[in-house]
Design a protein around this ligand. Structure first.
Ligand code: FAD
Length: 325
């Protein structure tokens, strides 16, 4: 019944004018401009959160389009410094041209990662669909081999290959590995990925364990209690937690503007009470802050990919004061 209701609300919302979609999505998207993102980050800083900034947009079809993302991220670096924010960057390799021309895309990313390094800032390469998994991991390994260690990637628990990727990265960059682990948002073919909820949770949890065992820095990116609860237990078994030093004997070096060993990561506007609980318990907790001209496309994608969001849309309509990050 709830499923039917939720899907109906989403279907109706998808047919509503842009202003309505903007109103509904205002808890998930900081806004169209960098100033909007700064405003949200300043507000959530008071909760103790830290941030990663995502300029909305994905795959481009010509290299010229990459310039927009490059310029916008340079502005984001400047804004982070100017406002003294505890924030880093999340970039989409295909928005930098990885699928148009791998070498040119790599050059664009190298330029940005270098600039971020000069400002002691970390850059996360978001993980997109399976067409670019290997190229994204290779980009991180290559940048590390050039001495740019302020970069890390994301592995997706749902992919069969992820445990082997952790082994490979351990060999290639050792304790410098800095991961975000998530379930994976792309619905990948069953030949290469788990498809049932339980298998995806189990596989994601197995990655968390393996990353912690490898001495890596682990960003646990989930709002799902079976993943969060498993991570909390795994952290405890490695003696990691609020106020604790990283005593794993294979632990990597201290990270740029990060605490020891791990952090939790959540999307803006999703499960705020969980975010506040983790922060209250003293866990370093990073909020993913999407902003940009492409807010409409992003919002529509979020609505389509998570039909249960319909109940939240209905709640926002009936209790507008709850519709905030
Ligand atoms: P779910 O079971 O999907 O969610 C648990 C509950 O959280 C849901 O019932 C719902 O109440 C709420 N929820 C979860 N997602 C949403 C949403 N989008 N909108 C509203 N409510 C929601 N995936 C990638 O493939 N590549 C990436 O680089 C990547 N980066 C990410 C970065 C961060 C910080 C986070 C938190 C996620 C990222 N993801 C990425 C997405 C991730 O792979 C999952 O698709 C997403 O987090 C949902 O999985 P979940 O573990 O939260 O569990």
């Amino acid at each position: 019944m709830v499923g039917w209701f939720s899907r109906t609300v989403v279907a109706v919302t998808l047919r509503m004018p842009r202003w309505f979609v903007r109103w509904v999505s205002r808890r998930y998207v900081a806004g169209a401009t960098l100033d909007d993102a700064v405003t949200i980050m300043k507000r959530l800083s008071s909760e103790g959160a830290c941030f990663t900034i995502d300029v909305l947009g994905e795959e481009i079809s010509t290299l010229d389009e990459a310039q927009y993302f490059f310029d916008e991220y340079v502005r984001a670096i400047e804004a982070i410094q100017q406002h003294g924010l505890d924030a880093n960057l999340s970039i989409k390799p295909t928005a930098f041209g990885l699928l148009v021309d791998e070498e040119a895309g790599m050059n664009n990313m190298r330029k940005l990662v270098k600039m971020a390094a000069e400002h002691e800032m970390f850059v996360r390469l978001d993980m997109e669909d399976h067409r670019v998994t290997s190229a994204t991991i290779k980009a991180v390994v290559d940048l590390h081999s050039e001495g740019l260690t302020n970069v890390g990637t994301v592995l997706q628990g749902r992919l069969f290959r992820s445990l082997a990727d952790i082994d490979a990265l351990e060999t290639e960059i050792g304790p410098h590995a800095d991961y975000r682990i998530c379930k994976g948002i792309y619905l990948e073919p069953e030949e290469i990925s788990f498809t049932s909820y339980k298998d995806i949770v189990d596989a994601t949890n197995a990655c968390v364990d393996k990353m912690l065992e490898a001495g890596a820095y682990v960003g646990i990116a989930s709002h799902d209690y079976p993943v969060i609860d498993h991570a909390l237990e795994a952290l405890e078994s490695h003696n990691l937690g609020p106020g604790k030093e990283d005593t794993r004997n294979n632990a990597g070096p201290p990270r740029l503007n990060k605490g020891p060993g791990y952090e939790f990561q959540l999307l803006l506007g999703v499960r705020g009470p969980l975010r506040r609980k983790l922060l209250k318990q003293g866990h370093r907790t990073r909020v993913y802050i999407p902003y940009g001209e492409k807010w409409y496309e992003y919002s529509i994608r979020r609505l389509k990919e998570n039909p249960t969001i319909g109940t939240q849309v209905a709640k926002a309509f009936m209790m507008p004061w709850t519709n905030r990050p």
